[in-house]
Write a protein that binds this ligand. Sequence first.
Ligand code: DX5
Ligand code: ZN
Length: 220
Amino acid sequence: MTTYRIAPSILSADFARLGEEVRNVVSAGADIIHFDVMDNHYVPNLTIGPLVCQAIRPHVDVPIDVHLMVKPVDRIIPDFAKAGANIITFHPEASEHIDRSLQLIRDHGCKAGLVFNPATPLSYLEHVMDKVDMILIMSVNPGFGGQSFIPQALKKIAEARRLIDESGRDILLEVDGGIKIENIAAAAAAGADTFVAGSAIFGQPDYKAVIDAMRANLAK
Ligand code: DX5
Ligand code: ZN
């Protein structure tokens, strides 16, 4: 049986009360904290960095999943590892040397992953599958929370699932963007096991009600 993981994106949390927000969402049943890093260069938005990761680290005991939407990639990796990140993913187009960036993340004791924008081919995985611990399929174009799920992502999730199964390796398959109570089961049916949700969770007053409803739909 597949183990499903819910990974709330704190991009939609109340940044003025971030410690409380991450504690609350973990008490509500979150398995992972998804941490979106945007640089106003690779994506047209600016968010949070290693200092904020370090600040929330003592508040939660679940893994922190750092999604780097930055270019260049490498020089910020050690800082996030030191700040307590457990998983670090990046966009292959943003790295000059993909294999080196993956190795750098692993050398710093974190799980490493590649992120695929809606128009980015999975062929980037071909020669690095043995260094990948997570594949993240974007179901929106990166940069903002609250966008609508792009249905073509389902086909790509299924393709990634096939590659993971063929590899025989234990690789998490995460989907990010527009995930809601209503469409989470479709993403799971396509092969995803880890679900990022920002606005769907933090946009509601009762985080547990949303996470429970997501899990109920995954169990059907
Ligand atoms: C988008 C980010 C997502 C975003 C998801 O660039 O990578 O993690 O916060 O937000 P929702 O769930 O609102 O689409
Ligand atoms: Zn993200």
